[in-house]
Ligand binder design. Sequence first.
Ligand SMILES: *Cc1c(COP(=O)(O)O)cnc(C)c1O
Length: 358
Amino acid sequence: MKLMTPGPTQVRQNVMDARSRAFVNPDLDLTFYEYYRKTCERLEQALGATDHKAYILGGEGILGLEAACASLTEPGDRVLIIDNGIFGKGFADFVTLYGGEAVLFTTDYLKEVDPEELRAFLEKDSDFKYATMVHCDTPSGVLNDVETLSNICNSYGIMVVADSVSAMFGERLNLGEAHIDILCGGSQKALSAPPGLTMVWVSERAFRAMEERKSPIRSFYANLLQIKDYYENKWFPYTMPVSDIMGLGTALDNFLADPDVYDRHERVAEATRKAVTEMGLSLHLNSGMSNTVTVIDVPEGKSDREIIGAMRETYGIQIAGCFDILEGKVIRIGHMGENCNMEDVNQTLKALEEVLHQ
Ligand SMILES: *Cc1c(COP(=O)(O)O)cnc(C)c1O
């Protein structure tokens, strides 16, 4: 089955091979601490981080979002939820779960958040400990300018948690220019390793806020302070999934060896959107489309399940539908990471065209 979903994406053979190599005991063997630290430092460099430390956590992308909210939220804290999509809104659940007061700033779900609207909102109310935002909200594929939005929040003294799970490594993001306190990523999107790992980039300011809490962090597994000083202490809070991390390290090698990666995402996404429109289909968004995923409205009188099923059965290509408020309404083609090549995308588009004709 050719995976053309917006995560998990295709995985290159050298990543699979890395995951099947012999491994050391990650708690006891000091060479693993060196390997882990070096991989995290490369993650920092890959996104231009200047005052962030990166960590790889054993758990799928959602763990990073929950760990950020668990570690920062104290009972009664007001948190601004920047909401123009399903993942955007979903942050409110984590904030509430850890006792925070989630205040929604909801904007048009069919376009990117307008920085001036955010500024106008904050002019009236800026009493927030932190704000949450999503880089690419994958269900609709909307791409928010998190660098600009985070700098606006920072100018009001508000910390920022940003979910870039389905954008990073496919869409440019410079952590040195942004004021993001905790950035969340996952292994199975544009980095193209299998699912199972979260990456987080944590600023010094975020760690200070955790250390200055009045009440303890109400989690162990999702407590970022537990892993903060793993290298100095030669101690991890749980046994690290060493094979998964070796695979991620190789996926990162692949990314770093590819100088064309961001431009290719632009070209492939542009070509996909053009082809889809020429087929007579309509793109779901009005503007702000991410170069990592294309989201298409299900045509009148057709069903997402039938389209996706025929793509699978006749062509061996897996594309995605959606969930929550977009269930049954859109189909999605993921062209990020290893999926981002014209050969696979052309095959997918050709199959889609034939399926729709039938
Ligand atoms: C994939 C993804 C996550 C991780 O969660 P899943 O369990 O894979 O859905 C988080 N945020 C975004 C925006 C994602 O696309």
